[in-house]
Design a protein around this ligand. Structure first.
Ligand code: GLA
Length: 783
């Protein structure tokens, strides 16, 4: 609900309130954001307004008539450069006279129903009646520019979004140097700013910054939202934990260069800004035209980080993801990349597909290597026609054969790229982004297409439409494997090159909009060398993203935990791959690889044809179990366990919407000697309902015990010998079986104390054998 009381605006969701007011000089003073509070009239609002009587020392006042305060020490909803607010501004514009000073004041406000989409960028949506909007117009006192600030209130999921539009009402062009999406000022001095940083194969590492003074900047300037700094960030108090305390989450619906800045001013006020990264950005706003900033999304919860994540997950599910796949269960797939890399042929793919089908996999994805003359990463990007030597029947022929097996068929493409060694480049060298006549810094032997050029965009839409139609494609993995360098769009005038990176993203969105509308049945997965572009902008088109090229289960625990703060885990693809793992050479048990991947959109990415029958049987059982629990894993409410921070163990769980079923993961990185106890909690079940809590019966391989086998073997068995292997085929030990009847509140408050972990002495079927990188899944079913 949105209310106006005199000059104040109160934006309320079910549990939160966001309040600001128009002060005498026409600026917007931010008053409060947090748990819903009672505000009835101007008298009750007065307490929230900051009081000022004089200006400290060398600060400037706004004007003679209002000399009791400085803009430098006020909490603002929108700040500009030049009138002595010396903090990071929301907007910076160069006017025709060369001035960089702006002075935006309140002009009008209107409250309307429903979500108004942005016209140049993707934005959130509502299905009717779920959202109300406040649109504030500000006008510059000195220049003919106006700003429209739109606030959208999504009551049910406790989310508010903001977007901003700059309008040129004058006769002169203005040069935009920065135009952010979100600003919030508070006088809280004690907040923790959390960002999610990483690198290729190390995405989404949680970093907590204690804010004292100055700026902390989380940003990307590589042309994509990046694995270096995801646009999702949080603020919390020191005492906030997973299940209690105040937590704020902020995200941006944008996939290009972005920045999130937390700044503590000289007066101890905290400003947060997010939006397009001003670094390298400049946009010419011609008379009569408008510029839209991406939409920012934010939420608050006083039920800890899990509460905050729940709000974000609901918002992403109901107001970002769209199309048929938004809330549909994802199929279990097999991807050919780590199974065969570029060495794929129809024959090999069909063998894989048959094996896949036999273990219950529902879709085969043909990854890189199928087109042009692509045998490595040095050629053919842009030539999206099949390599007839590898696929004699083309994509169409292979697709038919795969469909005839009764499984779906997916394809890998990297449409935004062009190899120098490609027919496309030979025909259109000017379609690549590069500075004319200057050397280009190489990256994976490829260049980026100039998507600021509408001709290139049309070409891509047509080429891909043909491919998807001819191939009868069910799933598309849309990759993007290099970052921008030597940024220059040949289709733009030299004076417009500051627009290149943003126009590229707008061009990309235009292509994705057309293709996802043309092919609503296709499940699209976004990928950018793993998680180099995992953001809400992409999720407006793609229902999932390949969160990381790292398939090591142990690393994935951390990466998926990172994603889980801002993104529902069914939007993150997660695969079981072979060991030693291709990224880390680490060997983790097959069960751990499955248990971890089961909490994402599950797939396999290994050569099933090389696996022995025992392993295939284990995989078959995993997939059949997953299918029974898929709705809980993918659609359930997700909770991180409190132990997520101890560095060695991790737990998380998901609970079905009706709270009748729950599944939890318990993972330990390194085994701890003589540390028998282990407790697992499961959050979100009905407090007063009785559940059966159990783990899946399983067998232990005797080889895990190495030459300890000789403690019981009647004859000596050499560790690692053929005899050892043979014994392991016939002698299977029972793994521990936990089975209890518990109330929901016992599960969330006290937890279940598990059977003791193996500790050098003694082993029986009531011992939890838990060496390095072990995990278990535990299930709860309402009685
Ligand atoms: C990127 C992706 C991988 C794979 C390769 C193919 O690295 O992240 O999953 O598709 O490209 O070249």
């Amino acid at each position: 609900m949105i209310r106006q009381i005199d000059n104040a605006f109160i934006l309320e969701t079910d549990n939160t309130a966001y309040v600001f007011t128009v002060i005498d000089i026409g600026y917007l003073e931010h008053l409060y954001y947090g748990r819903k509070i009672r505000l009835e009239d101007s008298k009750t609002i007065e307490a929230l307004i900051e009081k000022h009587e004089f200006v400290p020392g060398n600060n400037n006042v706004y004007n003679e008539e209002n000399s009791s305060f400085t803009l430098n020490d006020i909490r603002l909803e929108f700040s500009a450069n030049g009138k002595s607010d010396n903090r990071e501004p929301f907007i910076e514009v160069v006017h025709a006279d060369g001035s960089r000073t702006s002075d935006f004041v309140f002009e009008s406000a209107k409250i309307v129903n429903g979500k108004i989409p942005l016209s140049t960028l993707p934005s959130s949506y509502d299905k009717g009646g779920e959202c109300s909007a406040l649109i504030i117009t500000l006008a510059d006192r000195q220049y003919d520019l106006a700003v429209e600030l739109s606030y959208y209130v999504f009551e049910k999921c406790d989310v508010i979004t903001r977007s901003a539009k700059l309008i040129n009402r004058g006769k002169d062009s203005a040069r935009i140097l920065r135009f952010m999406s979100m600003q919030i000022d508070t006088d809280r001095k004690d907040m923790i700013f959390t960002t999610f940083n990483g690198a290729w194969i190390r995405e989404m590492g949680r970093v907590d910054h204690e804010l004292k003074r100055g700026r902390i900047v989380n940003d990307s300037c590589v042309g994509a939202s990046s694995s270096t700094a995801n646009p999702f960030v949080m603020f919390s108090e020191k005492s906030t934990s997973e299940n209690s305390g105040r937590a704020y989450g902020f995200n941006l619906i944008y996939s290009g260069n972005h920045t999130e800045i937390a700044e503590v001013s000289e007066f101890g006020k905290l400003r947060f800004l997010s939006g397009i990264n001003p670094k390298g950005f400049e946009f010419c706003l011609e008379p009569g035209s408008e510029f839209e900033a991406p939409e920012a999304v934010f939420t608050f919860s006083d039920e800890g980080f899990n509460g905050m994540s729940y709000n974000m997950h609901r918002f992403v599910s109901d107001h970002i993801l769209r199309g048929e796949w938004a809330n549909m269960e994802r199929p279990v797939l097999l991807n050919s990349w780590e199974a065969a890399y570029f060495d794929i042929t129809e024959f090999k793919l069909l063998r894989m597909a048959r094996k896949a089908k036999s273990v219950g996999i529902e879709l085969l994805v043909m990854d890189d290597g199928w087109f042009g003359k692509r045998n490595d990463d040095r050629s053919s990007l842009g030539d999206w026609y099949p390599n007839k030597r590898k696929l004699p029947g083309g994509v169409k022929g292979l697709s038919k054969k795969i469909h005839d097996l009764g499984i779906g068929f997916g394809i890998w493409v990297e449409p935004e790229m062009i190899s120098e060694d490609s027919d496309l480049y030979r025909a259109h060298p000017d379609w690549a982004m590069k500075v004319p006549e200057k050397p280009h810094s190489p990256g994976r032997n490829q260049m980026i297409l100039d998507l600021a050029n509408p001709e290139v965009c049309t070409y891509l839409v047509n080429t891909l439409t043909d491919l998807f139609e001819i191939g009868n494609i069910d799933y598309v993995k849309w990759d993007m494997n290099r970052t921008m360098s030597d940024v220059y769009a040949p289709s733009l005038a030299p004076s417009r090159q500051g627009e290149a990176a943003h126009r590229y993203i707008m061009g990309l969105y235009g292509i994705l909009d057309k293709l996802t509308k043309k092919f609503p049945d296709i499940l699209f997965e976004g990928c950018a060398s793993g998680g180099n572009r995992s953001d809400l902008g992409m999720l407006c088109y793609f229902s999932q993203m390949w969160g990381s090229d790292d398939t090591d289960a142990s690393e994935r625990v951390a990466i998926q935990t990172g994603y889980s703060y801002g993104y529902p885990l069914r939007t993150v693809g997660a695969h079981v791959s072979s060991v030693p793992n291709h990224q880390t050479l680490r060997v983790t048990p097959l069960e751990t690889r499955f248990d971890v991947a089961a909490f994402g959109a599950l797939g396999y990415e290994c050569n099933l044809c090389d696996l022995d029958t025992g392993t295939l049987e284990a995989i078959r059982e995993q997939i059949s179990l997953y299918k029974k629990w898929r709705s809980v894993f993918q659609m359930g409410r997700f909770y991180r366990g409190e132990n997520i921070y101890d560095g060695n163990t991790a737990s998380f769980n998901a609970v079905s919407a009706d709270r009748s079923r729950g599944v939890a993961l318990y993972y330990r990185k390194l085994s701890v000697p003589n540390d028998q106890s282990g407790t697992i909690k499961m959050h979100g079940l009905e407090k007063d309902a009785l559940y059966r809590f159990y783990n899946r019966p399983f067998k232990l391989d005797v080889r895990m015990f190495g030459d300890l086998i000789n403690m019981i073997a009647p004859v000596h068995v050499k560790n690692g010998s053929a005899v050892h292997d043979l014994v392991s085929k016939f002698v299977k030990l029972d793994g521990e079986q936990e089975d209890y009847t518990v109330y929901g509140d016992v599960l969330s408050e006290a937890g279940v104390h598990l059977l003791p972990a193996f500790s050098s002495t003694g082993f029986n079927s009531r011992t939890r054998v838990f060496p390095d990188f072990s995990s278990r899944l535990y299930f709860a079913e309402k009685k």
